[in-house]
Design a protein around this ligand. Structure first.
Ligand SMILES: [Zn+2]
Length: 161
């Protein structure tokens, strides 16, 4: 029951099973089967010895101690980011991908604004727009209405000017 010569394992056990065994991820009954088999199968035994050696090495591996300079630089960055002005933090969060919610909110506001401009002359309490936005952008109808009334205020201010 030999497989290709360059593939490790013998066909009775696949490599993944052996790796799981070496990592201690097999349930007891399967682990017993693997142990039993490896006593009679030289290729599986060799692979298991290799894996066991690797795990021993990993267990012995101690990460290099981090230098004081690194810790100081890290804390400095954390402190800097906490005390940075809001626009710096916004910029940082946009750089790290946190801009998505901001973009959806902006798009939502724009949507409300467009809806408001078109609906304003027809109906003053244009809640179809508000509820459409509320369902589409995860806002409550009340929040959407607030956005709408704010935009109304802005328009009034423009008329005064
Ligand atoms: Zn085998």
């Amino acid at each position: 029951m030999k497989r290709d010569s360059d593939e490790r394992g013998c066909g009775f056990l696949d490599n993944q099973t052996l790796l799981d065994y070496a990592a201690g991820n097999l349930e007891a009954r399967r682990a017993d089967l693997v142990r039993e088999h490896s006593r009679t199968c030289s290729s599986c035994e060799a692979l298991m010895v290799e894996q066991a050696a690797m795990w021993v090495e990993l267990d012995c591996w101690v990460p290099e101690p981090v230098s004081d300079g690194f810790n100081r630089a890290l804390w400095q960055r954390i402190t800097d980011s906490e005390t940075a002005p809001w626009y710096r933090r916004l910029l940082e969060s946009m750089r790290s991908g946190g801009w998505r919610p901001a973009v959806s909110l902006a798009a939502g506001v724009a949507f409300v604004a467009v809806g408001f401009v078109f609906d304003h002359s027809v109906e003053r309490t244009a809640s179809p727009v508000a509820s459409a936005v509320a369902s589409g952008w995860g806002m409550t109808a009340v929040e959407a209405d607030q956005v709408e009334s704010s935009l109304e205020d802005i328009q009034l201010l423009r008329l005064i000017e």
